[in-house]
Design a binder for this molecule. Structure first.
Ligand SMILES: [Zn+2]
Length: 355
């Protein structure tokens, strides 16, 4: 099953890493002691010291999506000796890239920022088409039953031909001028981005090849894990990695993926800033219907925009909706995720070892 909380997840991660004699490090997030708990991103390095290739497996870039990502990391460590230990590969598992979001069951960081839109050059932020949707999605949102009219209007809007894809593209692409809105990419590098960059700066040098697998949830068919590349399918790197996955890799820039093209992603930044040849792929597990996921995000954003006046009961409802949308608790979903992860990691390790 998935861990119960960020705290349990972190404890399990460290216990498993220690049982494998992994080298562990703890990156504390400044000014984040909450209820006596210091939030941190933890890493575990496995494998031979002179390995030429480093595979980075990241969880919780989107906070609450860390339950499933961490479960994959646990699975990896539980099967490491029997399946993945190889002389030519080293593995860096990064637990809770955004620990604040994981701890609070939110997708965003403590700055209210979507970390996977935050890896941009802030001297030239991209333009966005989010603005016209903000009122419909967030300002006019109200919890049910009061919010019924707004919800029906949104459903009606999405039912019109082509609107769903258009709205998804405009809204999820990321925006940089509406801090109280959805998919806000920030006004500067977030704390979690800085922590990530210091993790990579410390661990990546010395390897000849690098690969990042960044695990997400919330988009696509329930229980399926889509492999997503930011590269066009015509690029040689896409072709090579796609072969490892038996043609299962989807390009977001070609419109073949469940994800729209995005700005500021951790995968893109990983490749762009790498000093050695590097590839990066997202693994996105479907959870619930898109409308249910969108409503969970709207409730969460609206609640946090009005934190001082929203009653505790409604806050808990919004939080539970986020957990249901991004970390389903049922055993069937968990089994599907584990089975898919097993296959993905097997193909990835085989492909990297063949290089
Ligand atoms: Zn995500």
């Amino acid at each position: 099953m998935l861990p119960d909380s960020y705290v349990e997840s972190r404890r399990l991660f460290i216990t498993l890493a220690k049982s494998l004699n992994a080298e562990t490090r703890n990156y504390v997030l400044e000014s984040t002691v909450i209820d006596g708990i210091q939030l941190s991103t933890d890493v575990a390095l496995l494998g031979e010291k002179d390995a030429k290739t480093l595979l980075v497996i990241a969880s919780g870039t989107h906070g609450v999506e860390g339950y499933a990502g961490a479960a994959c990391q646990f699975r990896f460590m539980q099967t490491y000796l029997e399946r993945h230990a190889r002389p030519d590969l080293a593995y860096l598992l990064v637990h809770a890239v955004n620990p604040w979001g994981y701890f609070h069951d939110r997708r965003v960081t403590q700055e209210g920022v979507d970390l996977n839109r935050n890896f941009i050059d802030f001297s030239k932020p991209p333009s966005s088409e989010y603005g016209p949707y903000h009122n419909l999605l967030v300002s006019d949102y109200r919890p049910l039953p009061g919010g019924m009219l707004n919800r029906m209007w949104l459903l009606f809007y999405l039912a019109r031909r082509g609107q769903r894809r258009q709205l998804q593209a405009a809204v999820t692409a990321g925006q940089y001028n509406q801090p109280d809105g959805l998919f806000f990419g920030g006004i500067g590098p977030s704390k979690s981005r800085r922590v990530w960059e210091s993790i990579i700066a410390h661990h990546a040098p010395g390897y000849e090849r690098l690969f990042l697998l960044d695990i997400h949830t919330g988009l696509g068919k329930r229980g399926h894990g889509e492999l997503i590349s930011h590269l066009p399918s015509s690029s040689p790197n896409f072709t090579e990695v796609n072969q490892w996955f038996d043609g299962d890799l989807r390009s977001m820039s070609d419109g073949a993926s469940v994800s729209s093209p995005l700005e500021g992603m951790i995968t893109t930044a990983f490749v762009r800033t790498s000093t050695a040849p590097a590839d990066a792929v997202g693994l996105e597990f479907g959870t619930r219907a898109p409308f249910a996921v969108l409503n969970a995000l709207r409730a969460d954003q609206w609640t946090w925009n009005h934190l001082t006046v929203v009653p505790m009961r409604q806050r808990m409802q919004a939080r539970n909706a986020m957990k249901r949308a991004f970390a389903p608790s049922d055993a069937t979903w968990h089994q599907m995720v584990m089975a898919r992860f097993d296959r993905v990691i097997q193909n990835l390790v085989t492909g990297l070892a063949r290089r």
